[in-house]
Design a binder for this molecule. Structure first.
Ligand code: SF4
Length: 416
């Protein structure tokens, strides 16, 4: 029943799965008791993620309604829940490409809606892409070509601690300008900040009018920055969709992309969105190539696909009581169940081995699963979605992968 991980060679560089930068230069120091550390890598996000793994993971058991059980019984109860459900939601979806593929097949057998933990951010980015298209760049292109980097309304090192190391490096002839935010102290290049106190939407509206329409604007800092962009060889725009206002993030992304597009009429520029955490980019890509639609799609064998970024939002579905079962997937960290989930809705949790579920009144199945890159191999899309990184197991703990569990559930749901 368990997957046999191919454990990485302790001397070989290991790829970190805990943020979409997917740093692949890490030397792990595994201990004999399944603890992990990366003593030569200065990354608080990696350190905090590794600290969640320990000797207890090897003895973590599935549970039904809080009572420990074996995997076969947990799978059987999960099948019973899914068989009764008429409108299940597969949420969280923090998994890798193989997990997404297997969950898609299971969803098709169940008529399930698919949404991700970071579904709001994904939906905003998808909408801007659908409406306007985009000029994206890659980590490698920023590092090798950009002589001007514009960080718009965000602090990259807060969630992506090694961003400057990966995208800019040391000793290069590059300047970083923070627009609509303070200087990120982790920046490794000469920096300045402009319009830190100005509403990002006002900045984008005026900047867009100036760059696209050639209009005079009363903000000399933006006019001067536009001149710098036109004399630079390559400008990279960096933004973080999750830090933009959730009400209007798609509009802000569209406005930024319009500016980048206008600049490309006369010189070169590209945008890099810092997003795709917890497998979001990987799952969205996999579901899109399997169905033709991004996440927030309902799939059912024999019925047309139904995509609706508003109606199929996890929070909306839960707060309106529109689902009758939740399958929650959280393999990178012990993400709690959504607060808006009614206590009596049946739940199946494919979770990180350190997950602690609260007592619930509804039927609840917990199956501890392998974390890709820790307990199993796998594949994840990098932040720029141009590279799919292979992951290697870092330790030998026998936990099933999300793909294995989902395939077994699909097998049981398949008509005989
Ligand atoms: S920056 Fe991200 S990918 Fe790199 S080591 Fe830190 S958490 Fe891992």
């Amino acid at each position: 029943m368990h997957d046999s991980p191919t454990t990485s060679n302790p001397q070989a560089a290991w790829t970190c799965p805990f943020c979409p930068l997917l740093c692949d230069d890490i030397t792990l120091a595994p201990s004999g008791d399944h603890r992990l550390a990366a003593p030569h890598t200065a990354c608080p996000r990696l350190a905090a993620s590794l600290a969640r793994f320990g000797p207890q993971d090897a003895s973590q058991k599935p549970a039904i309604d809080g009572q420990a059980t074996d995997l076969a019984s947990a799978l059987s109860r999960a099948v019973a829940i899914l068989s009764k459900a008429r409108r299940p939601l597969f949420g969280g979806l923090a998994t890798d490409v193989a997990g997404a593929r297997a969950l898609y097949e299971l969803a098709a057998h169940c008529g399930a809606i698919l949404d991700h933990l970071h579904g709001d951010t994904l939906a905003d980015s998808n909408r801007a892409l659908q409406d306007r298209g985009a000029f994206f760049t890659t980590l490698s292109e920023v590092r090798s070509r950009a002589d001007l980097v514009i960080v718009f309304a965000c602090e990259p090192s807060r969630r992506y601690p090694r961003f400057y190391e990966r995208a800019i490096g040391e000793g290069r002839n590059v300047s970083v300008v923070f627009v609509g935010c303070d200087i990120d102290k982790a920046s490794t290049a000469p920096t300045e900040s402009i319009l830190a106190e100005t509403d990002p939407f006002d900045t984008l509206a005026l900047w867009s009018a100036h760059v696209e329409g050639g209009r005079a604007i009363p903000i000399p800092e933006l006019v001067a920055l536009t001149e710098r962009i036109h004399s630079a060889q390559y400008t990279a725009f960096i933004y973080e969709p999750s830090t933009l206002s959730t009400q209007h993030a798609a509009l802000a992304i569209e406005a930024l992309q319009r500016i980048v597009k206008s600049i490309n009429r006369t010189t070169r520029a590209g945008a890099l969105a810092l997003t795709g955490d917890d497998g979001a980019a990987s799952v969205n890509q996999a579901i899109t190539w399997l169905s033709g639609f991004p996440l927030r799609t309902r799939v059912a064998y024999g019925l047309p696909l139904d995509h609706d970024a508003h109606r199929y939002r996890t929070e909306t579905l839960l707060s309106r009581g529109e689902i009758d079962a939740l399958l929650w997937v959280s393999s990178f960290a012990p993400e709690p169940l959504p607060a808006s989930l009614d206590d009596d809705v049946p739940a199946i949790v494919l979770g990180h081995p350190s997950t602690q579920l609260p007592a619930r009144t509804g039927p609840t199945v917990f199956i501890p699963v392998a974390t890709p890159g820790i307990d199993s191999g796998g594949h994840l899309f990098r932040v720029d979605t141009s590279v799919v990184a292979p992951l290697t197991a870092a330790r030998d703990v026998a936990l099933p992968t999300v793909a294995t569990v989902a395939s077994q559930l699909a097998q049981a749901r398949r008509p005989s």
